[in-house]
Design a binder for this molecule. Structure first.
Ligand code: WTA
Length: 647
């Protein structure tokens, strides 16, 4: 574990206080009276009717601001229409092909109202689900806010997912409408989104209407209930009276991977969620009037929901939305965007930073990054060397770095430095402290707090407003997944440590969830996809450390009797994963074996597979059913190491 950095104290370049007294005081006050604290934060929102009770806590179900009525799109848009923010740029969009578009708050409001009326015209009403499968274009935010305006529940699906992933998610949510595009643009190529939707449609009977945005200008065919976005918008009324929904009304479902085969529909409410993302955005990023916020996350993931769409718009800042790949056309795109739009805050992933770092300092140094005042990271642990590079080369040793830990389930940031409250001395690789109102701890197997400096499981002890309402349609799974490991306490599935100064360090996942290039993937989800292939009997998926992506996927595969372990089969499998789940789930390495190492009770010993894949030690194998299996896995790995399949 890295020692606290001396750099900051020594250089004197970053002004820090000796101890975080202001944060500590606020946190103490908040935890002493949690409801009073969050009620004060919630008053920053526009409510049609204030709540009757701040929190109804029926563990593990929280109903924040029960009895309150509000609308999320009003809080992002209408609230700015009477101020100078009305005509300010809300979204500055950069297409991968260099196109640029700016939408003011008023223009965004107009588009949202119109599209809300389109949805209404197609029979979408409060509580209906709308699947949004769009590339990173302003219409993605417009579609989400339009759903929110009429009380429909959006379910955004990352545009890198393929048809099977789409089918599973649409069917689970029973969506009525899909909003998609002819294609998206990624690395200079067209990703044919409508084609993926067409493949999915025969298996998604709940869909009544498909709305298609023209983005890539490719040939597509429109079915009987398919309509172009621009045609549908023609003549749609400009005004749409917002639906005031209950604070606990679901705002969205966002599917995420866990330790089971099927992705989980994380369901977020309205009042609590908005309170959480608004407060944390103010605390962490300390938004100022002139800020230009560049969050590089795709809206298909939670960071994009909370800190591309909801938080910046509620705060009335100008944000940059970028459509494409960070290394297209060259490995300098984020720096070019920062320079072009004068971004003041950059919020990105360690994977992107590791990729840029590989190309050397001279590339970012050739851009004017002087507008930047604050840097952030999210999604995976940041290695201290990468943190230092970010600080030195991008931040020129004058910008603080906020390393923010949170999850799809938490709705918003939970751990990280609150520059809007108080700067604290930074430690490269540490997320610093919990947000005010969040009580985090680190415990052992039994749920007892571990001593300072000891690795354990991260837990969150009290409810918080951004917490998921439940899993869509599955309260039991919600209870079992998050609240049963340590009863009464939220278990996120991460390892962590608190050091002697009280700083939190995140030490990776404690379960079978992978973080590949910041994307969250479940090993079971991948294994189910492998065994769905007709030639495969069994599959076990694990990961090994990767210098850029953090982790890369390694699969051990047992083909069915009589099926040759050929390169051809391997290629077929990779194509199969790409077609069913999407390119982000394609393993870096695939090894064929005759059997998998299992315990006597028949469970695959993933720990061993991970050790083999990472070249580490295998440790205790006494519970293995068949000691030969692990040797076989290792041999298969050794044999094939030299023919790694790069995908
Ligand atoms: C990991 C992304 C270390 C963690 C917002 C968590 C992090 C999972 C950090 C959630 C961080 C997120 N440091 N690890 N700053 N931020 N993680 O749902 O394992 O895509 O549980 O949400 O990402 O991933 P998700």
């Amino acid at each position: 574990m890295s020692e606290p950095s001396k750099l900051y104290e020594e250089s004197g370049k970053v002004k820090v206080s000796i101890s975080p007294w202001r944060l500590q005081t606020l946190s103490k006050e908040a935890l002493n009276d949690l409801e009073k604290f969050w009620a004060e934060q919630a008053r920053q929102l526009n409510w049609t009717k204030y709540w009757d009770r701040t929190l109804e806590w029926d563990p593990p179900f929280a109903r924040w601001f029960a009895g309150g009525l509000l609308n999320a799109s009003v809080n992002c848009l209408d609230r700015h229409l009477d101020s100078e923010t009305r005509n300010k740029a809300a979204i500055v969009w950069e297409g991968e092909d260099g196109q640029s578009r700016t939408l003011t708050y008023f223009e965004l409001y107009r588009q949202v109202c119109k599209f809300a009326n389109v949805l209404k015209r197609y029979g979408v009403t409060k509580g209906d689900r709308v699947t949004i499968y769009l590339p990173m274009v302003p219409e993605l935010a417009i579609a989400m806010l339009a759903c929110a305006r009429i009380g429909a529940i959006h379910s955004v699906i990352f545009s890198g997912f393929s048809s099977q992933a789409l089918v599973d998610r649409v069917n689970d949510a029973q969506s009525k409408v899909i909003v998609t595009a002819d294609g998206g643009i990624r690395k200079g190529k067209v990703v044919e989104l409508k084609k993926v939707v067409d493949e999915a449609l025969p298996s998604t009977p709940s869909i009544e209407r498909v709305i298609v945005l023209k983005r890539a200008a490719i040939e597509i065919t429109l079915g009987p209930n398919h309509v172009w976005w621009h045609e549908a918008m023609k003549g749609a009324p400009h005004v749409c009276i917002p639906e005031a929904v209950e604070s606990t009304h679901p705002l969205f479902i966002l599917y995420t991977s866990g330790t089971t085969g099927k992705p989980k529909g994380v369901m977020h409410g309205t009042g609590g969620y908005l309170t959480h993302v608004l407060s944390t955005a103010k605390w962490v990023f300390d938004f100022q009037k002139n800020d230009v916020f560049f969050c590089t996350a795709d809206i298909g993931w939670v960071t994009g929901h909370s800190y591309v769409v909801y938080a910046p718009l509620m705060c009335g800042v100008t944000e940059v939305m970028y459509e494409g790949a960070p290394d297209f056309p060259g490995p300098d795109r984020y720096w070019a965007i920062v320079e072009k739009y004068g971004a003041t805050i950059l919020y990105t992933t360690p994977t992107a930073l590791r990729m840029y770092m590989k190309y050397g300092d001279s590339i970012p140094e050739s851009f004017d990054l002087s507008s930047v005042r604050l840097l952030g990271t999210v999604g995976e642990p940041i290695n201290p060397e990468v943190w230092m590079w970010y600080h030195r080369v991008i931040g020129k040793e004058r910008c603080p770095i906020v390393d923010t830990w949170w999850q799809t389930e938490t709705g918003g940031i939970m751990l990280g430095m609150c520059t809007g409250i108080e700067m604290v001395p930074m430690k490269p690789g540490s997320a610093t402290f919990a947000m005010p109102g969040i009580e985090a701890g680190v415990v052992d197997e039994k749920g007892d707090a571990v001593p300072l400096g000891t690795k354990g499981y991260l837990v969150i002890r009290r409810p918080w407003p951004g917490m998921l309402l439940s899993l869509w349609g599955d309260d039991e799974k919600y209870k079992a997944t998050y609240w049963s490991r340590f009863p009464g306490t939220y278990y996120p599935g991460d390892y962590a440590m608190i050091d002697k100064d009280g700083y939190l360090w995140l030490l990776g996942r404690a379960d079978d969830v992978l973080k590949v290039a910041g994307h969250r993937l479940g090993t079971m989800e991948l294994e189910s996809a492998f065994v769905a292939h007709r030639s495969i009997a069994e599959a076990a998926v694990t990961s090994r450390p990767d210098q850029v992506k953090g982790e890369s996927i390694v699969a051990f595969i047992v083909p069915k009797e009589g099926i040759a372990k050929s390169l051809e089969l391997r290629k077929q499998l990779l194509d199969h994963i790409r077609a069913t789940l999407g390119a982000i789930a394609v393993p870096e390495e695939v090894y064929f074996v005759d059997k998998l190492p299992k315990t006597r009770s028949g469970k695959i010993m993933r720990r061993l597979l991970k050790a083999v894949a990472s070249g580490g030690t295998v440790g205790d194998t006494t519970t293995l059913e068949d000691g030969a299996a692990i040797d076989e896995v290792r041999k298969a790995y050794e044999d094939l190491k030299h023919e790694v399949v790069h995908t």
